[in-house]
Design a protein around this ligand. Structure first.
Ligand code: ADP
Ligand code: MG
Ligand code: MG
Length: 892
């Protein structure tokens, strides 16, 4: 604490020394390269100004001013106020209008604008500078009393809402009251006197709730509005949005203050938005809408139906031509599709904003490829222009758009795994399996899922849980399988009679339900879906990406089906085959339980003999599906109790099967109970206790590889055997000796020459610290960053969801460390282990197989520390390929 305060004092000192720092820039002083300082909106307004385009004058209060506001304890200093009004004076000088003057008034808009565009931020305030005198001046100058008072009442509404936290809605109530009194339905039916009366009522309402008059001093209005923008940087919506989009809180937001132009002054006025290309399809054609005689949000508010931008050509050909010319210039300047806002005041066009337009994944691909073909950008730039995460939308089934529009959601929860799913409610894994066997599409609805549900999850179209966060079992497994999942829907109430209720509707097994894993919406009806479509542009862009990246991309896959999917999506191997998932299905779980319940080695070996052929068959299938690419098989990892039942009736059933009394079985289950299973008897510790398990798994891997190599002599498959949860070189050496002895015997017996590798996961901090020792035995390292994160932070992945949200709210952590690698701490261990590992074994293979292997920011880190491959879930392979290309291009 002491040090924190000292460093703060010291920092202030430094800043204090720099009295002349500039915090406000006129648009004409800035340019597009100043995004960090001016925010995206401000930098581009400055850019358009310097390109000679018609931009209403204004200035930007910088992001540094925002950060200073917070450093100073949320105050705006006198010197900043002075600087702001010096810039207002600039506008006054060139416009010939005066802020706060009743005869020739200047009105302003106040707009937020951070470096990245953020929808969670403050609403814009328009018509600032109005009061009872100024409004009269506006009425006189425009000859339009209605317009003047309409602007005034809008300003009161916006200012009260945004700055003073009096909800806008309450003012709408007043408007509705007045409509009722007058017996009218439309805003446009109010006359001059009505609007004056409305202003009076708004102000009275304001007084009643705030115990003070509505602020009439324009200078006060401006300073308070600027403060409100600064405050909005830390509102809950903004914080949430930042976390989702990886935007650090240290960026701060800029504030744009701009002279008002009026699109609502008459029939030669209007306002609109447009894109230089179609943001849904990417088609190269101006796309947009406008409204005549309207202001600001009217276009998006949906009260009046906007017109197609094409129609502007007939209504105001002059303004239209100028606009089209500007569109072309802007696209050529930014070399990307632009999203623009404009207003026409008395026939004259003004540009209010331009930015690189948001677009669907399909449009992003088409635009990137088109821009290359048009000679506008290079292939490198095209690859960098497409956001890897966005590709996700193209890799899962989608709702039919028309059908989705017709439906309305009955609930909403966390969008845990993207895609669309429609099917019948299944309330247990078993009934999902049964439905699948009957050719029905099942949606698994559970309180939460556990490893036992794996088969049911696999056969389901979608998964819905009442509990659990974005990293819960259901979420992680669903993402891995590419299955749509909505998790943590607390409104679901399960009934005793195998039903649940949601949104006032009671569901039983077999009822229709649909999930949108991209938005988290839940629908109580069937909605048609269409399969993922991969267009030609997708392929083209991916081939460019592949030519730039140096990281190999593998997948985590446990079954031939997953492996095939991974191969189809371009995986160059499998970085993680989790052998335990294979043990849950059907007859296997029985043999597995028999093994666990064995009293001695002999019994255990007997049970393992039953598992051997199944495991060998699985490996053969997985090896066959990857066309000779390298495959890493991880040996049994989870604590054994996960394979045993917990419910009484299941225990009774198992006891009968195993010829045990219920009490005996319960005793075994109890004896396997651990206080902290994550740190318990699992990973290589199982093989140290029961080496015969490792023996059996080795036999399965080696025999499968021999078969596959016989079938495909040109593949030269070298299986990679991975020992999990190693913390000490001697434990690895011990398990490795079991593996090598078994493998060499089999290979010798077969009379062939086949290579195999034995390596380890680095997932215990101690293994990273002593990586030079571990590398004496390990021929490869694969970073298991899930466990490594868990053990480095000291909190469990399954429990952290419960309290991490408090950390986000308080800005202690900005990201979920299980989704995005903590480069500072966990990353340091990764980097250290790479260096030490290479010291001891220069040709050591290095890769990663945690969830982070599919996260673009983490992939950038893995590229920089020199890993050879990343491994992620099959459905993230294209994302990882593109992210790896980004990493290579950005770190050139
Ligand atoms: P957002 O970031 O939500 O798009 P903006 O700051 O772009 O918010 O403002 C929203 C709308 O307000 C603009 O599209 C425009 O119609 C209107 N607006 C903003 N500034 C002005 C201005 N100086 N003159 C006229 N209209 C303005
Ligand atoms: Mg805007
Ligand atoms: Mg692990």
């Amino acid at each position: 604490m002491f040090f924190d305060i000292m460093s703060l004092v010291f920092e202030k000192d430094l800043k204090g020394g720099n009295m002349s720092q500039k915090y406000v820039y006129q648009f004409s002083e800035g340019n597009g390269s100043m995004r960090e300082l001016l925010g995206g909106k401000g930098a581009n307004l400055a850019d358009m100004t310097s390109l000679g385009m018609p931009v209403p004058q204004g200035f930007v209060v910088t992001t540094e001013a925002c950060n200073k506001y917070y450093d100073d304890g949320q105050i705006v200093t006198d010197s900043l106020v002075d600087e702001i009004f010096a810039h207002v004076a600039e506008i006054e000088k060139t416009s010939g209008k005066v802020f706060g003057d009743a005869t020739n008034p200047l009105l302003l808009s106040v707009r937020s604008g951070s470096r990245a565009s953020m929808p969670g931020m403050m609403d814009t305030i328009l018509n600032l500078g109005l009061n009872d005198e100024v409004v009269e001046g506006i009425a006189k100058l425009s000859g339009n009393t209605r317009f003047a008072y309409d602007s005034y009442r809008r300003f009161i509404q916006m200012f009260a809402d945004v700055v003073m936290e009096l909800p806008k809605h309450n003012f709408e109530v007043i408007i509705d009251e007045m409509k009722e009194e007058k017996g009218i339905v439309l805003d446009t039916q109010f006359d001059d006197d009505d609007l004056k009366e409305m202003v009076r009522r708004f102000k009275a309402y304001y007084f009643k709730h705030k115990n003070e008059e509505f602020p009439s001093d324009p200078r006060f209005q401006l300073v308070e509005s600027i403060k409100a923008v600064f405050r909005s940087w830390n509102n809950p919506r903004a914080i949430y949005y930042r976390r989702l989009n990886d935007i650090p809180s240290s960026w701060g937001t800029a504030v744009n203050v701009q002279m008002m132009v009026f699109g609502n002054m008459g029939d030669d006025c209007g306002t609109g938005v447009a894109f230089t290309r179609n943001p849904a399809t990417g088609e190269k054609k101006l796309y947009g809408e406008f409204l005549m005689n309207a202001q600001g949000e009217d276009v998006v508010a949906g009260i009046r139906t906007p017109k197609d931008i094409e129609e502007l050509k007939d209504i105001m050909p002059h303004a239209y031509d100028e606009f089209v010319e500007i569109c072309d210039k802007l696209e050529a300047h930014y070399k990307d599709m632009q999203d623009m806002e404009f207003t026409i005041e008395s026939g004259k066009l003004y540009m209010l904003q331009t930015r690189n337009g948001k677009r669907t994944a399909a449009a992003a691909l088409k635009i990137a490829v088109d821009l290359v073909n048009e000679g506008m950008i290079s292939k490198e730039k095209a690859v960098l222009q497409v956001n890897p995460t966005q590709l996700d939308a193209l890799l899962h089934p989608q709702f039919d758009e028309k059908a989705l529009k017709a439906a309305s959601p009955i609930g909403r929860a966390l969008p845990a795994s993207p895609g669309a799913a429609s099917g019948k409610v299944a309330l247990s894994a078993a009934s999902a399996v049964a439905m699948k066997e009957k050719g029905m599409k099942a949606i698994l609805v559970r309180l939460e899922t556990s490893p036992e549900d794996i088969e049911g999850m696999h056969v389901s179209e979608g998964i819905l849980t009442a509990r659990g966060g974005m990293t819960s079992h259901a979420a992680v497994v669903a993402r891995g399988m590419g299955t749509c999942c909505v998790s943590g829907c607390g409104e679901i109430k399960f009934g005793k009679d195998n039903t649940f209720t949601l949104g006032g509707k009671t569901f039983k097994e077999g009822d229709d339900i649909s999930l949108d894993g991209t938005t988290g919406n839940i629908y109580g009806e069937a909605i048609a879906t269409v399969p993922a479509s991969i267009s030609g542009d997708f392929e083209t862009l991916m081939s460019w990406a592949d030519s730039f990246r140096t990281l190999q991309v593998r997948a985590n896959a446990d079954s031939p089906v997953d492996a095939k999917q991974a191969y189809d999506f371009g995986a160059q191997g499998i970085g993680l085959v989790r052998t335990e998932h294979m043990f849950f299905e059907g007859e296997r779980i029985k043999a597995m339980r028999e093994m666990i319940l064995s009293k001695n080695e002999e019994q255990r070996r007997k049970a393992l003999d039953k598992l051997l052929p199944m495991q060998r068959e699985d490996f053969t299938g997985v090896f066959e599906s990857m066309q000779g690419y390298p495959i890493t098989v991880r040996y049994l990892d989870p604590p054994l109790h996960e394979f045993l039942p917990t419910k009484t009736e299941e225990i009774e059933e198992l006891a009968k099967e195993m010829n045990l009394s219920v009490a005996q079985l319960e005793e075994v289950v109890d004896s396997l109970h651990e206080f902290n299973p994550m740190m318990g008897h699992r990973g290589c510790r199982l093989a140290v206790s029961y080496p015969e398990i490792a023996e059996m798994q080795t036999r399965a891997v080696i025999e499968a590889a021999i078969t596959v190599n016989k079938n495909h002599p040109d593949w030269n498959l070298v299986p990679e055997i991975m020992i999990p949860l190693v913390g000490e070189v001697k434990e690895l050496a011990y398990v490795k000796s079991v593996v090598v002895k078994t493998a060499d015997e089999i290979i010798k017996e077969a009379g062939i020459d086949m290579k195999y590798l034995v390596g380890t996961m680095i997932e215990i901090p101690r293994a990273a610290l002593l990586a030079n020792e571990v590398a004496q035995e390990a021929e490869f390292f694969s970073f298991g960053t899930n466990d490594l994160t868990q053990m480095t932070f000291g909190f469990s992945r399954d429990d952290a969801g419960g309290f991490l949200s408090h950390y986000y709210d308080k800005n202690i952590y900005e990201q979920d460390p299980f989704a995005r690698l903590d480069q500072k701490g966990v990353g340091q261990l990764v980097q250290m282990a790479c260096e030490k590992g290479k010291e001891a074994r220069p040709n050591i293979k290095l890769g990663v197989c945690g969830e982070h292997g599919g996260d673009p920011a983490s992939i950038d880190f893995f590229h920089r520390v020199g890993l050879q491959y990343i491994s992620c879930s099959p459905f993230r392979v294209p994302i990882a390929r593109l992210a790896a290309a980004h990493a290579a291009l950005k770190n050139k």
